[in-house]
Write a protein that binds this ligand. Structure first.
Ligand code: SF4
Length: 381
């Protein structure tokens, strides 16, 4: 699972095809006279850890790091007050979609750092939060990321499954990294795959995804999932004046291959220009969007206007937190933030993103200016 090579005057170890450990060659040569490769990889202070896909700094978060896994929107667990918990094991994406709501991929203008979480540590936190929620929890693996870049994906799914409260495990993926073998190995372990396919047209795919996108491969992946025990939900993003012609074709494709065995086969999403996401010129009104979905519902005899109930999602108490909007706290900065100009501090067993110029290791006093679904943003005071 480790390959090694040299690049730009550095010795590079590539772990599980995603974690790059880089050490300046002369330093590596000096260290290798005294220490083994494994010792250098683990203990050398001179190494840099890089996300192989995005080439950004990568923080490895484990139990030893002492980083709480609640409080950040990009990694850990997000609890929006229902029986569904979003599990975010890694950041970073191999695509560069024009509609990306989190400005991910190589073309990002905002993302500065990436994070990856040790599967045991993530499962430990999940178990704590799921235990609080009670029976019938859905663990939904997603992220500001392509979750299948996570090199411990199957291991994580198995650990989530072993938690008593877990009823459903689902994942949101762009499908480009799935293969027939991977789908077979997930059969019986994962319940549903939400596959985002926004066009079936090669040329438009390049425009939408911002990189070369394997349309035929992803169609094949969709067919393989549909004919397995895993449920398939196809989730296109409808971007006006870009893929208007594609949505009906995707509906027909989903129905043809037999998507949606237990849950609805399609989850058509409207492009929304989110804060921090990519902005496009043309935005459809909700009214136009839902009117069209209702027409297609009639025409194709399929449910397209969905609600949380269609997925068995119900309100549940939020995992308690002492952090309140407007309050001030002082916490230690433990990592650089996800976006430029941000740091991550710990307070009251939560991570808080803080806008500050202070450095990792320093303490910062801040006021919480945003608190949403258990994720926090603070501003230095
Ligand atoms: S696949 Fe998802 S995370 Fe990746 S760039 Fe596209 S929208 Fe963003």
């Amino acid at each position: 699972m480790i390959s090694e090579y040299e690049s730009n005057g550095e010795k590079v170890f590539l772990l599980r095809r995603i974690i790059e450990i880089r050490i300046e060659k002369s330093i590596y040569e000096r260290l290798s006279r005294k220490y083994s490769k494994e010792e250098i990889i683990q203990y050398s202070d001179e190494k840099r850890i890089i996300h192989h896909t995005t080439k950004r700094n990568l923080y490895y978060i484990s139990a030893q790091s002492g980083v709480p896994l609640l409080g950040h929107a990009a990694f850990g667990i997000i609890d929006r007050g229902t029986n569904l918990l979003q599990i975010r094991p890694i950041t970073g994406c191999n695509l560069n979609c024009i509609f990306c709501s989190v400005d991910e991929g190589r073309g990002t203008k905002t993302k500065a750092n990436d994070y990856i979480i040790d599967p045991d540590y993530l499962a430990e936190w999940y178990s704590k939060v799921a235990g609080f929620k009670g029976e019938g929890v859905e663990a939904h693996i997603d992220g500001q990321a392509e979750p299948l870049l996570y090199p411990y994906f199957t291991e994580l799914v198995e650990k989530l499954r072993s938690v008593r409260e877990t009823e459903v495990i689902s994942v949101q993926t762009n499908g480009t990294l799935l293969s027939v073998g991977a789908i077979n190995s997930l059969e019986g372990k994962i319940d549903r795959i939400n596959l985002s396919i926004s066009t079936l047209d090669e040329e438009r795919a390049r425009e939408i995804y911002g990189v070369r996108y394997p349309v035929e491969k992803v169609k094949n992946v969709a067919e393989t999932i549909a004919s397995s025990k895993i449920d398939l939900l196809i989730a296109p993003v409808w971007v006006p004046r870009v893929n208007d012609e594609d949505i009906e074709k995707i509906i027909e494709f989903a129905l043809d291959i037999g998507a949606g065995k237990k849950w609805p086969p399609l989850g058509i999403q409207k492009y929304i220009p989110y804060r921090g996401g990519r902005k496009l010129r043309h935005v459809m009104s909700f009214r136009t969007f839902y009117d069209r979905l209702r027409e297609w519902e009639e025409e194709y005899g399929v449910k397209l206007v969905l609600s949380p109930k269609d997925f068995g999602i119900e309100k549940r108490k939020r995992y308690p937190s002492e952090i309140k909007k407007g309050q001030t706290y002082t916490g230690k900065i433990i990592m650089d933030g996800r976006n430029f100009g941000e740091k991550i501090a710990v307070v009251k067993d939560r991570v808080v993103t803080v806008i500050t110029n202070k450095q990792v290791g320093e303490h910062v006093k801040f006021r919480i200016i945003r608190s949403k679904d258990g994720t926090y943003l603070g501003e230095e005071i």
